[in-house]
Design a protein around this ligand. Structure first.
Ligand code: NAD
Length: 386
């Protein structure tokens, strides 16, 4: 990867990047991570560098180690320095962390701790996962083409509250020798309001249709959820808000996924529904994600897949999920929605031309490697602006 500068120089450049000038200036912390991370991130950074040339913006890249790579170098999955850069920059681009080499380590210093630390310290409470069907890849889904044709939705999942974090929690011994397990679904008005507002903002940038998913007929917590979402919606009169019980939503995603534009839901429901929505598209190597915090400068963008150690270093990984993560970054953190659309169109154009990495290969297509796919997308992107 050829980044503009390494970490030590960045204090001055952060300041420089903030100065209000004609050219928009941003800083992005790049954490390539492990396995295929460096290969796919390199292609995504190339696209960002091209965007800055094409759109007259300036991006300062700060490259830091994360996950197993950081453990090997420093003995810990994420240095404080890397975390500080992540906090100070306008956005974080993450490849993936983890791999068999570090599986024997104690949980407290496993590569995945880097991810958890970033999410916690940056307070990334909103997870955005788009699921879009590309015409050229309709055959890759397990659903019938006529059901998935035209699917283009976003799942907004609350990421830091609910059942996964609520207390009391745990497993206790009972006097009769059996055990009792407890988890608690807790949400406050403030927690619901902030995720609802992210979802309304996302809906405003898309088709202005929002479905809030709850289980308000059974769970009091989600009855509060529904009330708070309705109240927040008063500030977004242009967005058409509706409500759906989670069991019905799981069914509707398979029955008629085209009806959805944006879905907002609590942590556990979102965990399950976002995986279900992702699988509509049939390919893990295609799906980006964004995790957002209180303001748009607290944000991390990453593919939804892992470090794929089985194919690392072979130049066969699909870089599209990471390149589309960069498109999300441009849209949500770097005020460049037009560049985001241009990248999405370039990806579509390359797929329409029949180029495929191994994971999405179909008979008759042209099989390409990670670098070749990245270059082809860059070539298409160059054509979008004179
Ligand atoms: P994985 O997503 O890495 O791989 C699952 C399968 O999908 C593999 O066959 C892999 O080759 C393939 N695959 C994934 N991404 C691909 C791409 N871009 N192009 C082509 N094929 C791709 O999941 P896993 O195998 O369960 O996990 C491997 C490691 O990644 C583990 O250490 C796990 O903890 C870690 N992981 C990290 C993250 C993260 O950093 N966010 C997420 C999930 C898993």
């Amino acid at each position: 990867m050829h980044l503009c500068f390494q970490a030590g120089e960045s204090g001055y450049l952060f300041k420089l990047a903030r100065e209000t000038q004609k050219v928009k200036k941003y800083s992005v912390t790049v954490l390539a991570g492990d396995g295929i991370g460096p290969e796919i991130v390199s292609e995504a950074v190339n696209i960002l560098q091209l965007v800055q040339q094409m759109y007259g913006m300036q991006i300062y890249f700060i490259e830091e180690l994360a996950g197993g790579a950081s453990i090997d170098e420093y003995g810990e999955p994420l240095k404080d320095r890397a975390l500080d850069f992540a906090k100070q920059s306008d956005a974080v681009l993450l490849g993936a962390v983890g791999g068999p080499k570090w599986e024997g380590l104690d949980y407290s210093i496993r590569p995945e701790r880097a991810l958890l630390k970033l999410r916690k310290e940056l307070e990334l409470f909103a997870n955005l996962r788009p699921a879009k069907i590309y015409n050229a890849l309709k055959g890759a889904s397990t659903l019938k083409p006529e059901v998935i044709d035209g699917v283009d939705m976003m799942v907004v999942r609350e990421l830091t509250g609910g059942l996964y974090f609520g207390t009391p929690k745990g497993v206790e011994k009972l006097p009769d020798g059996t055990e009792r397990g407890v988890n608690t679904m807790v949400y406050t008005t403030a927690e619901i309001d902030r995720i609802a507002r992210v979802a309304f903002e996302v809906a405003m940038m898309r088709g202005k249709k929002l479905v809030s998913v709850d289980k308000a007929n059974v769970l009091e917590t989600t009855e509060l959820w529904r009330r708070v979402v309705i109240k927040a919606g008063e500030d977004y009169p242009e967005v058409q808000l509706s409500h759906m019980y989670v069991d019905n939503c799981a069914m509707q995603l398979i029955r008629n996924p085209k009806q959805f534009d944006v879905i907002v839901t609590e942590n556990t429901f979102g965990d399950i529904l976002s995986d279900e929505a992702a699988m509509l598209t049939g390919s893990i190597g295609m799906l980006p994600s964004a995790s957002l915090g209180y303001d748009k400068r607290r944000a991390m963008y990453e593919p939804i897949h892992g470090s794929a150690p089985d194919i690392a270093g072979k130049n066969i990984a699909n870089p599209i999920a990471t390149i589309l993560s960069v498109a999300m970054m441009l849209k949500y953190s770097l005020d460049m929605p037009e560049a985001a659309i241009a990248i999405e169109n370039a990806v579509e154009a390359v797929l329409n031309k029949g180029l495929r990495t191994a994971d999405i290969y179909q008979d008759g297509a042209k099989k390409v490697g990670c670098t070749e796919m990245g270059l082809a997308i860059a070539d298409e992107l160059k054509k979008t602006k004179v």
